[in-house]
Write a protein that binds this ligand. Sequence first.
Ligand SMILES: *Cc1c(COP(=O)(O)O)cnc(C)c1O
Length: 227
Amino acid sequence: MTVIADNLTAIKDQIRTYEKRYQRKEGSVFLLAVSKNQSLKKIQQAIDAGQFAFGENYLQEALPKITTLQNNRLEWHFIGMIQSNKTRKIAEHFSWVHSVNHHKIAQRLNDQRPNDLPPLKICIEVNVSHENSKSGIAIDKVAALAEFCSHLPRIHLRGLMTIPAPSKTLAEQRKEFHTLRSIFDDLKQKGLNIDTLSMGMSNDMEAAIAEGATIVRIGTALFGPRG
Ligand SMILES: *Cc1c(COP(=O)(O)O)cnc(C)c1O
């Protein structure tokens, strides 16, 4: 067994524990392995241990990994900041994009998604921390962007994503995730057919699962410190 295989088993056990603790359905939390700044060797070890979904933040770093590992039937998620001039390659090479924060980006991803691929699954990234430095769209603009995305045929709006401001206690962490959950529930009540809350990283996974995360994005707890 490799260290990464051990880590993967431990993280899956933790997810199972938190699903039980917070009355979540067993198997309702999906593990996305965040492989940014991690070597091909480590990614291969995760694949050998059964992991197939990987998240990357930087297109230039991700493309060679995707090409090298293309025989493994992997699922790649783009989770980083999106520059307009990168949307074509993102639309061509990824299954999911978690970080849509502007209607122009959504439109470009829609227009550039190749026709031989299924619609690109997307989440809208929301700034729940009210910090100017944080990425993501302001809370009061989410509904309009979600409505816009829901009419684009080549993207499939699946839900919301957030990266909260770092906070130490479980209660503090839960507060921001709870905010995202409320926005998500409001959108569903307005009739949007969404099912995904992408929230929770190595340091706040428990809080995210407690508040309803369906995808947790885990980097360092799986791969160790980034190189
Ligand atoms: C790096 C990153 C992660 C993983 O963070 P860890 O603390 O290493 O688990 C998750 N989501 C996003 C958007 C990231 O950039």
